[in-house]
Every structure is written in C-alpha cells, then in structure tokens.
Design a protein around this ligand. Structure first.
Ligand code: RIB
Length: 291
C-alpha cells in the first residue's frame, strides 16, 4: 500500500519571540531558523518516519529545489513534485512564543499552481486500496479527491487551514476527515447538521491537551486521551498527528491503535522547535516512552 499526498511545500522561517506580536508591534526575535515545512510536506515526512510509503504531489519554484531534495532524503517519493519556472516556492513566517503558541503568515506561491495534469499523472500510478491524503494549502483538492475516489483509493482530508467551503467541496469523496474541536463546531454550524450526519465513515476531532475523539460510521464515539508533555512549539504537531494516523492505517493498524501512535507522535513533536526537519521517527517515539 502507499499514501498519495497532494500537499503544500513551504520554506518555514521560524522566529523565537517572547510573546506573539500585537497589531502594530515591532518585536525582536531571540532566535531564527529556516527549514522545510508546509502542512503537506510535514505530513509526508511524518508518514515516511512512520514507516509507510508516501508519494508527494506538489509544486515548488526553482528557489525551492532544496526542499524537494530534503523530502527525498527523508524517504518521500518526490517524482510527482514539479519545479515550476514562473512561481516562487511557498513560504511561512512563523513566530513561536515562549509558551509554545505560534502565529503564521503564509504565502502560497507554487502550492496554488498545481495542474489537473500533474494530479492525474501521479494518481495514474496509484493502486486501488492505496490512500489519498490532502489538506487545504494547495489548489486542486476537489479534482484530486474525486479522481482518487473513482480509482478506488481511500480519501483522507485534513481540514487545515480550516475553510468550511473547502471542506464542503470534497466532503462527498472523503472517507476519513480530521479536524480540530473549534473547526468541528464551525462545520456543524455552517452545514446545520451534526458531524455524525455528514456521511463520512470516520471523523477524528483533535482536542489539544484533551486528546482526540473518533466517530465511526456506526455512530460510535471513542475518546483517546492525550499524553502530557511540556510544550516548546506546537507548530506541525497536528500535521505529525495526521501523518502518523494515515501511515498507521495504511500499514493495516486498527483505527484505535493508529490513533494511539499518532497521539504519541504529536505529543513528542510539541517538545521540539521546528517543523518537518524535527518530526520524530518510530524509534524516537518508542524511546520517549510517553504515556
Ligand atoms: O502546520 C504547520 C505548517 O503550517 C508550517 O510548516 C507552515 O509551513 C504552515 O503551512
């Protein structure tokens, strides 16, 4: 089995600050680093670190060739990432405060220049039973989800960054939806129906320090408790959780077990500063003996 991930690739500029900047405030950073990021790339790296096969579908500019090389070094199949001449690679300016909270300014760049042909060319190589994953930082989500469903792939949508319209555009094709508590409430409000009535087989709602809850097609709800850690940087923790969850399921784990592994991976990630470059592998999770 394999995971086909249509997702963003960003250059993450990470600034360590005493507190998140207020409107109009000029704030000095005590530290700066640049690395690989983007919700899509973070998920692909997490999937590779969780020992599943992952092919990334995306685009960068010429300035971002190094991001593709890094994804390859991390074990991601990069054959379906195009280097486009006329757009710049997406980037994110991320302020991380001393309490671990963050603030992100995002420039989409080439993440929004992915063509249907690029998506079709990649998915033509997929096999029924593979998994298709996407998030909300690229264009082409609906086309890709529809195509993947038609080809017999399991479709997973991580609704981040949250946009109710974007969720509605793919909902008909989604088998597993991952979103956080606030987003779940917003979606229920906008659609005027409870999550259980969305017609999606599995829905995972992340609850931050309270863990997550899983609603299945039979209407049963399971709570998975969180693992307690001292947060350093929450950036990318949700992506790590989703990547590990998808990898676990693709490798044949039952949902409850995959959620447990994803919870541990997300918790360990919260103790690290940075994004794709610091996503833990299976051995590090085992050694950390969390919860
Ligand atoms: O979820 C974290 C990610 O959001 C960062 O890596 C940044 O690139 C933005 O996409």
């Amino acid at each position: 089995m394999a995971v086909w991930n249509l997702g963003s690739i960003n250059v993450d500029n990470v600034y360590r600050v005493p507190h998140l900047p207020a409107p109009g405030e000029t704030l000095g950073a005590s530290d700066f680093s640049q690395g690989l990021g983007g919700k899509g790339a973070n998920m692909s790296v997490a999937i590779a670190r969780a020992a599943a096969r992952v092919a990334h579908i995306g685009a960068v500019g010429v300035d971002g060739k190094w991001t593709v090389e890094r994804l390859m070094e991390y074990g991601v199949d990069t054959r379906w990432i195009e280097v486009l001449k006329d757009t710049a690679t997406g980037h994110a300016n991320i302020a991380v405060a001393d309490d671990g909270e963050n603030q992100i300014v995002l420039f989409s760049g080439s993440n929004k220049a992915i063509t249907d042909e690029m998506i079709g060319g990649a998915l033509a190589e997929a096999s029924p039973g593979d998994t298709f994953l996407t998030q909300n930082e690229t264009n082409g989500q609906r086309v890709a989800a529809e195509m993947a469903k038609r080809l017999g792939l399991k479709v997973v949508y991580a609704a981040a960054p949250f946009d109710s319209i974007a969720v509605q555009q793919v909902l008909d094709f989604v088998d597993l939806l991952v979103l956080n508590e606030v987003e779940a409430e917003q979606l229920e409000e906008n659609l005027d129906k409870p999550l259980a009535a969305l017609g999606v087989d599995d829905i995972v709602v992340t609850l931050g320090a309270k863990g997550c809850r899983w609603l299945n097609a039979a209407g049963q709800e399971t709570h998975v408790p969180a693992v307690s850690v001292t947060p350093v940087d929450t950036t990318g923790a949700g992506d790590t959780f989703t990547g590990y969850l998808v990898a676990g399921l693709d490798r044949g784990m039952p949902m409850r077990q995959a959620l447990g592994l994803a919870t541990q991976a997300g918790a360990l990630m919260v103790t690290r500063l940075g994004t794709a470059d610091v996503i833990p592998d299976l051995k590090e999770i085992e050694d950390a003996k969390l919860g």
